[in-house]
Design a protein around this ligand. Structure first.
Ligand SMILES: *[C@@H]1O[C@H](CO)[C@@H](O)[C@H](O)[C@H]1NC(C)=O
Ligand SMILES: *[C@@H]1O[C@H](CO)[C@@H](O)[C@H](O)[C@H]1NC(C)=O
Ligand SMILES: *[C@@H]1O[C@H](CO)[C@@H](O)[C@H](O)[C@H]1NC(C)=O
Ligand SMILES: *[C@@H]1O[C@H](CO)[C@@H](O)[C@H](O)[C@H]1NC(C)=O
Ligand SMILES: *[C@@H]1O[C@H](CO)[C@@H](O)[C@H](O)[C@H]1NC(C)=O
Ligand SMILES: *[C@@H]1O[C@H](CO)[C@@H](O)[C@H](O)[C@H]1NC(C)=O
Length: 556
């Protein structure tokens, strides 16, 4: 009797699972994840100044959710590792600086990553653009880690026209189609190459065979090589004549080309009848390099700091999520979110709670915020570890509204506020451009593009207001994180102007304890010195998977 009952229960369970799977097959959304490289907080229209028009990105933001408390890691490799694994970089050994192109290491192979999880739910995954999570052996590269195709590059940056990368004084080509070198793409602008592959993938996708995951990892707006740090298109630079500073104008042209790309991708999704069943994410990977940092000219104004610092300007990212399921009125999502949360969040969007069950024993730092975003409920995330880097001696942690900053990078020389501010006047923005853009037109056809007045309200709500208007004179209660840990109330003081460490010693103590606790779970950084055998001059001036051909000094 008991056996029969359990058999019946099993049958019921199986039926239930089947129905769930059928449910997926009908409703599973396509996922398009667009990652900008080094884009500043203040460099998209929906988030910052009106200086650089980004009408396509803005159209998505205003008809989706502007992620207002969205955190990323302060630099490329750590941030991308968190996106792919849902783990903090201190838990994967990726916490210290970037992966250099001749290093014999990569994102550890025992880690299951985002496309692999999605493929298990029936997705087909593709990547266009930058990888930067390891290539010294073939098995570390995208085609071996869940992606069906890759047109793009393996290292951290490249020239947008000749596709070579200069690093540590070494120079070599870094452009691939799958694992093959793509000499034939020479001279084609990187942003266009990445866009074209994205369009091809979407156009060729057969939805009856399951949903698509497309990871569009732009080279833009990272600087290029020293001989041409800002590889902008001349015709776009010419259009942006109102931006006085020539280098800033060239940076803006990198942004504009990327915004055009977003428009073309949204338009292709519409043409392929996939848009109304897509989730589109647009995100930066880290804060912007401003005023010449990394030879670049981004702006995180009025946030403090730059890329690769733990100030808000380094870690509070420009980001949005769009889906037809989200409310049609523009909403600024105040839910705290970290880039590590995308993996569980997207799994839940793709497969409901059943899909999340496969994460139960995975020991992830990321958590699903899907329901919180959909229903505008409180975020399950209460704290964010921004990073712990014991080599540089810096760490930062947020718990609720409090943020602890202990130590700093660059000996404190990038701890200030950097412009340009651009105009913050809503009326100076060419609002008609949003509806006129390719993305705006596609969204209008879906009848989800809000009225201008609603867009203006959203833009106003997303505006960051500092406690003290005059940033540079403001830090009255000064903070020198090289001398002592600083404490900020980020909700009241998003610009980190008023160190509260002496005012709230108990909070400081608790925050330091919490940091110590998290630190006790860290693994050592996995960085390795360059293996000179990986230098391009030994490989016909290409960056390659040298570890497959030579014995490297790797000791595993
Ligand atoms: C990449 O290779 C595939 C297969 O050979 C080919 O069909 C495709 O056109 C190539 N893509 C680019 C961008 O060269
Ligand atoms: C898509 O896949 C289905 C099922 O395999 C097939 O019947 C159909 O012909 C395909 N459509 C295209 C356009 O290839
Ligand atoms: C950091 O700054 C201090 C004080 O200005 C100076 O003495 C020290 O040499 C600097 N260290 C580095 C690594 O630049
Ligand atoms: C800074 O502190 C001084 C002394 O406590 C005070 O007089 C001054 O108004 C403060 N300035 C600002 C900008 O808060
Ligand atoms: C983290 O722990 C390591 C090893 O115990 C220690 O050397 C380091 O100083 C700690 N870092 C922080 C930020 O507490
Ligand atoms: C370099 O290119 C030449 C000519 O295509 C080829 O014969 C040679 O094997 C290549 N060498 C390496 C190390 O890839």
């Amino acid at each position: 009797m008991q056996m029969r009952q359990s058999f019946a229960m099993q049958l019921q369970l199986q039926l239930h699972l089947c129905l769930l799977l059928i449910g997926y097959a009908i409703a599973q959304p396509h996922i398009i994840f667009i990652l900008a490289d080094d884009l500043g907080f203040n460099d998209v229209g929906f988030r910052g100044s009106a200086q650089i028009p980004t009408p396509n990105i803005d159209a998505l933001a205003y008809s989706g959710l502007i992620l207002n408390r969205y955190y990323v890691n302060p630099i490329c490799t750590p941030s991308r590792s968190a996106l792919m694994t849902a783990k903090y970089p201190i838990h994967t050994g990726m916490q210290h600086t970037v992966l250099y192109a001749a290093e014999p290491r990569g994102l550890p192979l025992n880690l299951k990553i985002l496309p692999q999880y999605l493929n298990d739910l029936g997705y087909t995954s593709h990547i266009a653009g930058k990888w930067h999570l390891g290539h010294w052996k073939r098995v570390y590269t995208p085609l071996y880690r869940g992606f069906s195709s890759h047109v793009g590059y393996w290292s951290g940056h490249q020239d947008y026209n000749d596709h070579s990368a200069v690093e540590h004084g070494q120079w070599g080509l870094d452009m691939r189609n799958g694992t093959e070198l793509a000499y034939d793409l020479h001279g084609q602008y990187t942003t266009d190459v990445i866009t074209q592959h994205s369009l091809n993938v979407i156009a060729k996708h057969n939805s009856t065979k399951g949903p698509l995951f497309l990871y569009v990892a732009h080279a833009a707006v990272h600087s290029g090589n020293p001989y041409n740090p800002l590889p902008a298109k001349d015709d776009i630079v010419r259009r942006l004549g109102t931006i006085q500073d020539y280098k800033r104008r060239k940076y803006a042209a990198l942004v504009t080309a990327m915004d055009d790309s977003v428009g073309r991708i949204v338009e292709q999704l519409r043409k392929s009848h996939m848009l109304d069943n897509s989730i589109i994410i647009f995100s930066t990977d880290n804060g912007g390099p401003a005023e010449g940092f990394n030879s670049n000219f981004a702006s995180n104004y009025p946030l403090r700091g730059v890329k690769n610092t733990l100030w808000e300007g380094g870690v509070r990212g420009a980001g949005l999520v769009w889906s037809a399921q989200l409310s049609k009125r523009p909403r600024v999502a105040d839910q705290t979110m970290h880039i590590a949360d995308w993996l569980p969040t997207l799994l839940e969007a793709a497969g409901g709670e059943a899909a999340l069950a496969q994460l139960n024993n995975a020991q992830l730092d990321g958590m699903s915020v899907w329901q919180a975003l959909l229903k505008n409920e409180v975020s399950p995330r209460k704290s964010v570890l921004h990073n712990i880097d014991d080599i540089w001696g810096s760490a930062a942690l947020s718990v609720g509204d409090w943020k602890l900053v202990k130590g700093t990078n660059y000996n404190g020389s990038w701890d200030g506020w950097y412009g340009p501010a651009g105009t913050r006047n809503l009326r100076d923005y060419d609002w008609y451009l949003v509806a006129k853009s390719l993305a705006g037109q596609a969204l209008q056809q879906l009848k989800v593009l809000p009225k201008t007045a609603d867009m203006m309200r959203a833009r106003e709500a997303a505006n960051v207001i500092c406690k003290d208007a005059r940033l540079k004179d403001a830090p009255n209660i000064s903070c020198n994180p090289l001398k002592a840990p600083c404490l900020f109330n980020i909700r009241e003081d998003p610009c980190e102007q008023r160190n509260q460490a002496d005012v709230y010693p108990k909070v400081l103590e608790l925050m330091l304890k919490e940091l110590q606790l998290i630190n006790s779970t860290a693994v050592p950084p996995a960085n390795k010195p360059d293996d000179p055998l990986g230098y391009p001059r030994f490989w016909n001036y290409t960056w390659t998977n040298f570890g497959d051909y030579v014995d490297t000094n790797d000791c595993i």
